[in-house]
Design a binder for this molecule. Structure first.
Ligand SMILES: Nc1ncnc2c1ncn2[C@@H]1O[C@H](COP(=O)(O)OP(=O)(O)OP(=O)(O)O)[C@@H](O)[C@H]1O
Ligand SMILES: [Mg+2]
Length: 387
């Protein structure tokens, strides 16, 4: 099975491109399911077909589902949530606030995404396309397996095996109720499921992320941040799709400057995301809703290509810890191995090798270190960060 996730800044065209891709995938003969994991569902609007919590047929080979995560959250997190609410209340926090604090941001997306686990176990579909929430939320929920595990571990530091012995004493001395066995059970299940999900997501032969951008500064910056993050967490980005490009044939003077600006940002997109392949879509003369327009868009974006193929299969950036610092490796294809120019400005790192330019946003950890050198090792550029 192939899993493709669409993400990007708010409003860039994620839902539209996810829907268009799903439609083309179905036309190519793959049994395709498109899922909305964005709590603010808009797939129904895009296809102009009402969708619900169960897969519904949209076209031959194509099914759509808008997951209602609240039910799933109640099932998997309900017990833990009740315990946390009691815990926070016992600390004098107002009940309503305590309830709010016992669910974390991005949780709905996380639990929607967990649905992929179920499909992964079956052979019901060849392709699953996921319309994700805007980048901020997606980042949180994709890192959620780690964060949630950390959160659970630290909030419940005592192993379940020790709990029975400790509980009678703990309940007397602790100023809050000690968790019951069923809470530990619920946590263990959640742990297992999160780990399973993470495994599916980092399987780069099966799962990839497509970042949708517009040729605009803020949008690119956010996508870059997401790109670095995905690299760090081991999620593969296989394609960048630039949406809403004003076609060159538009001669209207009003758009003249816009076209120049967009051209320069298209160049910047190459520098930020190369060697990940980039496809693009023009700004249409109207909104893209309904199957006919979605199909037109898909054909323009993918041409004759199979939209489900893995467009890029390597990790473009890797970071390794060493004695006294970190080494950052960049896959830079086909560059002459000479004159490496590095320039760091805040969290941005500009790299120039011959005529090749790259621009990456450094992860927070590396900001405490300084660059101590760069050289080519096989096909990769190695940049050393030391204290
Ligand atoms: N290339 C395009 N040409 C014309 N209209 C477009 C294009 N791409 C998207 N749109 C329109 O822009 C609107 C927003 O697109 P869409 O809902 O896909 O964005 P989104 O990134 O999913 O937004 P959100 O962050 O709110 O989920 C829709 O009405 C869609 O039809
Ligand atoms: Mg959307």
């Amino acid at each position: 099975m192939r899993i493709i996730l669409f993400t990007g800044k708010g409003g860039v065209g994620k839902t539209t491109l996810a829907a268009a891709t799903a439609l083309l995938s179905a036309k190519k003969g793959y049994k395709t399911l498109i899922i909305s994991a964005d709590a603010a569902h808009s797939l129904s609007d895009s296809f102009e077909i009402p969708l619900a919590n169960q897969p519904k047929k949209i076209a031959p080979n194509l099914y759509g589902q808008e997951i209602n995560a609240l039910e799933e959250i109640e099932k998997k997190w309900g017990e833990i949530k009740n315990y946390l609410t009691n815990l926070f209340s016992s600390q004098g926090i107002d009940t309503i606030e305590a309830e709010e604090m016992s669910v974390f941001p991005g949780m709905e997306e996380l639990f929607s995404l967990m649905e992929i686990r179920n499909y992964n176990k079956t052979t019901d579909y060849d392709v699953i396309i996921v319309d994700c929430a805007p980048t901020g939320d997606t980042l949180r929920f994709l890192s959620a397996p780690e964060i949630t595990s950390w959160y659970l571990k630290h909030i419940f530091p005592i192993q379940r095996t020790a709990a029975k012995a400790v509980r009678p004493v703990a309940n007397r001395v602790l100023p809050f109720p000690f968790p019951e066995d069923k809470i530990f059970e619920a946590m263990k299940n959640l742990y297992t499921q999160l780990a399973e999900m993470k495994e599916i997501l980092v399987d780069s032969k099966k799962t990839s992320i497509r970042l949708v951008v517009n040729p605009e500064k803020m949008v690119i910056k956010e996508a870059q941040r997401a790109f670095t993050f995905f690299n760090l967490f081991g999620y593969a980005v296989d394609l960048i799709i630039v949406n809403r490009i004003i076609p060159l044939k538009v001669q209207d003077a009003y758009f003249k400057k816009w076209k120049t600006i967009q051209a320069s940002y298209q160049q910047m997109i190459k520098e930020c995301f190369s060697p990940i392949p980039i496809l693009s879509s023009d700004l249409f003369t109207q909104e893209i809703v309904g199957k006919e327009l979605l199909y037109q868009m898909a054909k323009k974006v993918y041409g004759k290509k199979d939209p489900t193929q893995l467009f890029y299969a390597q990790k473009p950036i890797t970071i390794e810890k060493t004695d006294g610092g970190f080494d950052l490796y960049l896959n830079i294809p086909f560059v002459e191995k000479k004159n490496i120019d590095l320039f760091q400005k805040g969290e941005e790192l500009f790299i120039k090798v011959g005529s090749f330019k790259r621009n990456i946003l450094l992860p927070q950890t590396l900001l405490n270190f300084s660059i101590k050198g760069a050289r080519f090792e096989e096909e990769r550029l190695k940049i050393s960060f030391r204290q």
